[in-house]
Ligand binder design. Structure first.
Ligand SMILES: Nc1ncnc2c1ncn2[C@@H]1O[C@H](COP(=O)(O)OP(=O)(O)OP(=O)(O)O)[C@@H](O)[C@H]1O
Length: 349
């Protein structure tokens, strides 16, 4: 059955900051546009303000004076959560443990006063969408963590929310299940086209789920962009380090070359001095390459081998070699990095 949902809404935050009564400034006033139907991921280290921002959107917290929140052009700043048409999914599921799966999904429809026919239709649709039909009559405490989280999603979506808010919904699950459910949620959000805001501190999750990612640091937005943009063109050292693995090779410009402790590389766009930054996949083992370093560690990762090279006074450089590579700790290897894969960023940015 095709779900006929209302057209997705855009969300617009203007000058939204948040101080708590104890003086903690969780958010510095910020502006944010969430596009209709997109999945926006809020990503950042613990304490950076992700949950506070989500709670402002939900209506569980109010922004400091001067902040404004609009859903589809309508000012909702003063509206409490129950008047905002938001669906929420938490790490802790927040389901009714003694109720059946069906009872949980039906709950919001019943509270809203939908007719019995409409409620049954919608609940059946949600059960089917989340592959829960065979479990419809089970109690929540008889389900696995992954199944509970699917019920929580079904319950949140049943009421056709204007926006779906997900606060670390996968964090409590084991790694394998998290991967599976992440893929399922990504597909589901694309299918239902609801405007969704997803909080996580896991960059792999953010990359897999987000149409766009908001990287946050200390109550501020450090960068907004698609996963690809943020990975390939980080705006700051903080973002570059937080997303993916970042390699650093300090050096000095000499004409079109970059002189480093491991050798001299062509890099016409190099800064005068500082650091060359690059991702592991930019490094290519090459017996005639201009850089030489000693393998400090190797990890077998199944489909490839990750090698870590010693760099004097720096953290090691990571590169990925094919799974059949037999280099070992202590081996001296030559490698190269194509200049177009090197970038520089101001230290403090
Ligand atoms: N009710 C509160 N009173 C005082 N300070 C708070 C309150 N809630 C959050 N904070 C503080 O605000 C800052 C941001 O918290 P928030 O929960 O938004 O961070 P987060 O990025 O979601 O972190 P985590 O990933 O650990 O959940 C933190 O310094 C936190 O201690």
């Amino acid at each position: 059955m095709t779900r006929i949902a209302p057209a997705p809404l855009g969300i617009h935050l203007t000058h939204c900051g948040k101080h708590f009564p104890d003086g903690t400034q969780a958010l510095t006033p910020l502006d944010l546009d969430i596009h209709p139907g997109e999945t926006l991921v809020l990503l950042g280290p613990s304490g950076c303000g992700k949950t506070t921002l989500l709670r402002l959107i939900a209506g569980l917290e109010s922004p400091d004076a001067g902040g404004r929140i609009q859903f589809g052009g309508r000012d909702v700043t003063a509206l409490p959560i129950e008047k905002r048409q938001v669906g929420m999914v938490f790490q802790s599921y927040a389901l009714f443990p003694n109720m059946s799966v069906r009872g949980n999904i039906d709950y919001g429809l019943r509270v809203r006063g939908d007719t019995l026919t409409k409620r049954c239709e919608k609940t059946d649709e949600m059960l089917a969408m989340m592959r829960l039909t065979p479990l419809a009559d089970r109690r929540i405490d008889q389900l696995s963590g992954g199944q509970r989280q699917r019920v929580a999603l079904a319950r949140a979506l049943a009421v056709d929310p204007a926006v779906l808010l997900l606060d670390e919904p996968l964090t409590a699950l084991d790694a394998k299940l998290r991967d599976t459910l992440r893929t399922e949620i990504a597909a589901l959000l694309r299918q239902v086209r609801v405007t969704a805001v997803f909080v996580t501190h896991d960059q792999a999750e953010a990359m897999a789920l987000g149409d766009r990612i908001v990287v946050m640091s200390a109550g501020k937005i450090a960068q907004i962009g698609s996963p690809r943009e943020i990975y390939a063109a980080p705006a700051s050292r903080f973002v570059a380090d937080f997303i993916g693995t970042l390699n650093i090779l300090p050096g000095r410009k000499s004409g079109t070359l970059w002189e480093t402790p491991l050798g001299t590389l062509p890099w016409p766009a190099a800064p005068q001095q500082g650091e060359a930054l690059f991702r592991p996949e930019a490094v290519r083992l090459d017996p005639t390459g201009p850089l030489t370093a000693t393998v400090a560690t190797r990890f077998f990762v199944g489909d490839r081998v990750r090698l870590l090279f010693d760099v004097p006074g720096q953290r090691p450089i990571a590169l990925d070699a094919p799974a059949h590579n037999e280099s070992e700790a202590g081996d001296k290897l030559c490698f190269t990095i194509a200049p177009e894969h090197l970038f520089a960023l101001p230290e403090t940015a």
